[in-house]
Design a protein around this ligand. Structure first.
Ligand code: CTP
Ligand code: MG
Length: 180
């Protein structure tokens, strides 16, 4: 049980790059669709206008930057973790770059699935919308750092909650029209 609870802190550290990467594209509001406006075999858009090169590039850069800053503090934070009997997952700046790409590809895969299900760009897909980038980050993370099923579970629990509060904040700051 303590192992599971301690995993919470490891998840938070792991999430820095994926969150940073995923938070930026909605602020950038890019114009160049990654799918080039093309349709898939089913005649529907491959990804849709909500997935742009500008968002992908800016998200990758910011995710790498924030992961790099977290890496600078790794020894300090890990010393604290060690006092409580655990170690933080080590993520180099290059691996932060890979995690950011993983997160953004997960987000793209989410859109790909939504389009195949005939859902318009922006149509709500509860849990898929919130967790697609987490799947992407983990698909990469499991190969490059020390994460496990508990880390994933915590990320899947924390993220929808953070999402609700982030959207509320964006509404209060007038970045979003609706508070959800
Ligand atoms: N965005 C972007 N480039 C990306 C990802 C996101 O420009 N690679 C921007 C788009 O303006 C998008 C917004 O961030 O509308 C919110 O992202 P998301 O909720 O993932 O996209 P949706 O518009 O909801 O589209 P989808 O139905 O495909 O999820
Ligand atoms: Mg969406």
């Amino acid at each position: 049980m303590t192992e599971f609870l301690l995993e919470f802190w490891r998840s938070l550290y792991f999430l820095i790059s994926p969150y940073a990467a995923n938070a930026i594209p909605p602020l950038v509001k890019g114009k160049t669709p990654i799918d080039g406006g093309k349709n898939f075999l089913d005649g529907k858009r491959i990804l849709g206008d909500g997935k742009t090169w500008e968002g992908l590039v800016a998200g990758t850069l910011f995710g790498t930057f924030c992961g790099g800053v977290a890496w600078l503090f790794y020894n300090y934070l890990n010393a604290i973790a060690k006092r409580y009997g655990f170690t933080l997952p080590y993520i180099s700046p290059f691996n932060a770059f890979l995690l950011s790409i993983g997160a953004l590809f997960g987000d793209m895969l989410g859109s790909f699935i939504k389009r195949r299900l005939s859902m318009e760009r922006g149509a709500p897909a509860p849990l898929l919308d919130q967790l697609d980038f987490i799947f992407g980050a983990f698909a990469v993370g499991m190969f490059i750092t020390d994460v496990n099923l508990f880390t994933f579970l915590w990320c899947a629990i924390i993220t929808p909650i953070v999402h609700i509060f982030a959207n509320l904040l964006a509404y209060v700051c007038r970045i979003k029209e609706v508070p959800w």
